[in-house]
Write a protein that binds this ligand. Sequence first.
Ligand code: AMP
Length: 440
Amino acid sequence: MTFDELGLAAPLLRAVSEKGYTVPTPIQVEAIPAVLSGRDIMAAAQTGTGKTAGFVLPILQLLGVSAAAHPHRLRALIITPTRELAAQVGDSVMTYGKHLPLKSAVVFGGVKINPQITALRRGLDILVATPGRLLDLHQQGEVNFNALEILVLDEADRMLDMGFIHDIRRILKLLPARRQNLLFSATFASEIRQLTRSILHDPVAVEVSPRNTTAERVEQWVYPVDKKDKSAVLQQLVRENDWQQVLVFSRTKHGANKLAQQLENAGINAAAIHGNKSQAARTRALAGFKAGKIRVLVATDIAARGLDIAQLPQVVNFDLPNVPEDYVHRIGRTGRAGAAGRAYSLVSADEIKQLNAIEQVIQRHLPREYVDGFEPGHEVPPSAPLRKPQIHGQAKQSSRTGGDGRNTSRGSGSDGHKRPEQRRRRPAGRSRPALGGNTR
Ligand code: AMP
């Protein structure tokens, strides 16, 4: 399948080829023709699948064809949960639309509103926005939805997690009733289904990458350690494996700051990225990380969501998330676009419960390994037996999960039978070749 065969017009084919894409990803193969046909779509897709181009390309095409008839009126609105994601989607609109006479802007909170007002007043075709700032701008009379034809809700599940449901409902009331709706979500829990029912009209269901697939193509390890040793263990892992670029997850903003400081003190360039940081500081940290100046980026779940960092070789869970689904989002930051990734979790005695919950969600026992010199003082209980897979609101269960609830995929740690007593002791990660992947 080629982009050409998907029915994309020449200016878009040119932009795609300049970007270096040769083959559309599975979600693009499904979503592009569906959007072009004018249908609503409900897509189960995570970041990393190429979903952004999956909706941006056909939207550009739909608007581009009739651009002359609607000189820069707001016809497509893309709502994202986070500023980072908004900025990335905005970049994609610019990149893919560079040979079309369409104008776009990105608006989000935490930065000055005046330049955004100026951009809106100049006229534009496509607006990418986070919910709060969009409502502010509307209240100030600076945005008009009368000509709106297409609405995209990107990462809808995360919008609900972040408490944006009321904002979303308020926005929906402001939009023309007749419009095309595209909804993207990594999961389809009951709240999302409800939202979907109230928004989408006879949607095409697009699902190419059930959530478990991400978990299957990422090699994962658990390192049982004492809580007080976690920072030292992380430093040892970074040094021994010579990691030049690692994304580390922290459950709290304070924890992220503290860890980044400890790493800096130990001579490892690090930065923290979370909701209390200014937009400028977040952008700077991400740019430093992408440029290779910052080796360790410590992020909270929300800040990390949607970060577009291609082929991140590894991620580390400095602590485990309280919500097991967040684990899947976290490890989805590595092993993207078909590349193998590795995820390491430092697990202290107080996190065994979370670990068990994660293993149930991914339907897989994670292999335990021990870092020389940092064996934990606590006993590590064996993995709990896996219960029958629960459908955590997914649109479809992974076809790789056998009916008996056991994951039938291949790959390290997926045999479901590893027990901690089969301890292998070796310097962490040494036998695994470095991928040498770099960010763009
Ligand atoms: P997304 O899921 O939209 O965040 O995209 C994930 C990454 O895949 C981004 O870095 C895109 O630039 C990249 N990407 C999207 N479509 C393609 C494609 N057809 N071929 C190669 N890379 C792609």
